[in-house]
Structures are given as structure tokens and as C-alpha cells.
Design a protein around this ligand. Structure first.
Ligand SMILES: [Zn+2]
Length: 311
């Protein structure tokens, strides 16, 4: 992506550096042992199970349903203010890379905001953007504690996306999802959950899941919600000011990320086999398919996973 001409979002709450960041007061909690060398494998395993496989919005919903374990809905946050204090355990040589990542997050968020603002306006509505909380180590949210192990998530209770600064690194090394546009896809996917929230899709799906218990399974409401978020991310990639800023290989990076976080792939990595009945986000193939549908459709109606017979 070439982000020079892209507006940076100011809807970023920077909780990096161990600060509490806001009213929650839990941001400066104890350091997770996961940060050590030996913790990498553990992070990966947890990510496989929790991050796109139940760690974001659906994780939250499942927690509400009592089907999930632990904190579940987080997404990454970022801060445009690159002069903010760094945590004491922050390697000195990572500051520059971190500042670049933070700037990229602000640009991707800004582009998503402009896209959805225009889309809502076209339909006579006003888009209220989500806030993105950028943190390191861990921080609290109404949806539970956000940490490196929970992965990015959207919390409907406070309408915030929670993003751990180290997540992209883990995504790159642990899941093999490399590249700046792989990261952009993750952010766009979380913003999409916010769009589902403010348009009433998420609350409705949440209610239906509570009543019908369809929080997991290959054909579940959960999978349909997640694939729709992938489709919305594709819509943004193909219809926003980011479209002209894409470089060769960017779309492949997003597809690579979508594939890397498919339920089947994650489960096979974690346990050697996939169990469709426990799917919450869709397979690698489905996630790529729906991202591409959004990319090509140019219309929200192309993302109606709820009436689709074949996912
Ligand atoms: Zn999701």
C-alpha cells in the first residue's frame, strides 16, 4: 500500500506503555509471561484457537452465550502519536518499526472510516466510527481482558476495536500471514464487525444465537457473520481510496491472511484435524471466497451471507 495520501484516523486510543488508558483502569496490569521466548509457541497455539477462530466479535458473543472461555472480543488498537512512552520491556530497536505500524494502522482505519462514512451517507445515514484501542501487554475491556493471546477483537459494549501491537508480528511469524495488506485486512474485518453492530446485524445475530444456540458449526450464524465481515473487508479493499493505493501483491496478502485464519487451517495446525461442527469463522476457502466477493461486488448486497445457500 502507498499510504502517503491517506488520511490518518484520530479515533485511536493509545494505551501503550503500560498506561491505563481511559476509565477502565486495568491497562497496566501484570505482564503476561507469554512475552518470553518460550511463550511464542504458546501464543501461536492460543491464537489458533482464539484469534480469528473465536477471538474477536464472535468470541465475545460466545462468551455471552457461555460457550466461550475467557476474554474473547478484542481487536488491535493503534495510536498516531508515535512519541508516546514505550513500555519498559519494549526492545529499543522495535520502536521505529512500531511507530511505522502504528501509522499504518491509523491510515487503514482512516480509509475505512472514509469509506463507510460515504457509504452510509449515500443511504441517508450517518456513520459513527469505532475507536481503536492500541495496547501492549494487556488491557481491560467490557468484553474481557485483551492481551496478546486473545488476538484483535471488536467489543460491541464499548464499540471499540482492541489491537495488541505485537499481534501483527505473531501473525507474520506464527501464522505465515505476511505483509502490510494482510494487516489491513485484519483491521478492515474488525471495522466490519462495528458496521454490523451499528446497522443492527450483529445484535440481531447475537439474539438469534442466544435463542437458537447457533454459535458454531459450518453453517452457523457465527460463520455467516464472520464471512460477511470478510466480504465487507473486500468491499473496502475494492471500493475505497485504498484501492488506488494498492500495490502488486497486496490483494494476495489479504487472501493469504484470510486463508491463514480459516477454522479448518487453524484447527489442523492446533490439533491435527478439523471439526466443522466447531467452526465459528468459516474455512480458509470460504474466507477467501467472501473477501473476493466483496472485492468484486461493489455493493453490500453482494455480502448477504445470511441468505446465501452455499457459503
Ligand atoms: Zn471476526
Amino acid at each position: 500500500m502507498r499510504l502517503d495520501d491517506i488520511r490518518r484516523s484520530s479515533n485511536i486510543e493509545d494505551r501503550r506503555g503500560g498506561g491505563g488508558g481511559g476509565s477502565s483502569g486495568g491497562g497496566g496490569g501484570p505482564r503476561l509471561p507469554l512475552r518470553g521466548r518460550g511463550g511464542i509457541a504458546m501464543i501461536v497455539v492460543v491464537l489458533l484457537l482464539v484469534f480469528f477462530g473465536g477471538g474477536d466479535t464472535m468470541g465475545t458473543l460466545m462468551s455471552i452465550l457461555g460457550a466461550g472461555s475467557g476474554p474473547s472480543s478484542q481487536s488491535g488498537g493503534f495510536q498516531a502519536d508515535t512519541t508516546s512512552p514505550k513500555g519498559l520491556d519494549q526492545p529499543a530497536n522495535s520502536s521505529r518499526g512500531e511507530a511505522e505500524t502504528a501509522d499504518r494502522v491509523a491510515a487503514v482505519l482512516g480509509s475505512n472510516e472514509d469509506f463507510w462514512t460515504a457509504h452510509f451517507a449515500k443511504n441517508g445515514a450517518t456513520y459513527t466510527p469505532a475507536t481503536l484501542v492500541l495496547f501492549d501487554n494487556q488491557t481491560s475491556s467490557p468484553c474481557g481482558t485483551a492481551s496478546a493471546s486473545t488476538g484483535p477483537f471488536y467489543c460491541p459494549s464499548d464499540k471499540k476495536i482492541y489491537l495488541d501491537m505485537s499481534f501483527f508480528e505473531e501473525m507474520d511469524r506464527g501464522l505465515g500471514a505476511k505483509g502490510d495488506f494482510a494487516q489491513a485486512y485484519v483491521i478492515a474485518h474488525e471495522v466490519a464487525h462495528h458496521v454490523q453492530d451499528v446497522t443492527g446485524i450483529l445484535p440481531k445475530a447475537s439474539r438469534a444465537m442466544r435463542q437458537q444456540g447457533q454459535s458454531k458449526g459450518a453453517d452457523s450464524i457465527s460463520v455467516r457473520l464472520e464471512l460477511q465481515a470478510d466480504c465487507y473487508a473486500g468491499l473496502w479493499a475494492g471500493q475505497s481510496n485504498i484501492t488506488a493505493a494498492l500495490e502488486s501483491g497486496d490483494i494476495e496478502e489479504a487472501l493469504g491472511a484470510a486463508s491463514a485464519v480459516g477454522d479448518d487451517r487453524l484447527q489442523k495446525r492446533a490439533q491435527g484435524f478439523a471439526v466443522p461442527d466447531s467452526f465459528t469463522h468459516g474455512t480458509s476457502a470460504q474466507r477467501m471466497t467472501w473477501f473476493k466477493k466483496g472485492l468484486g461486488s461493489g455493493d453490500l448486497r453482494g455480502c448477504d451471507t445470511f441468505s446465501a445457500r452455499d457459503l
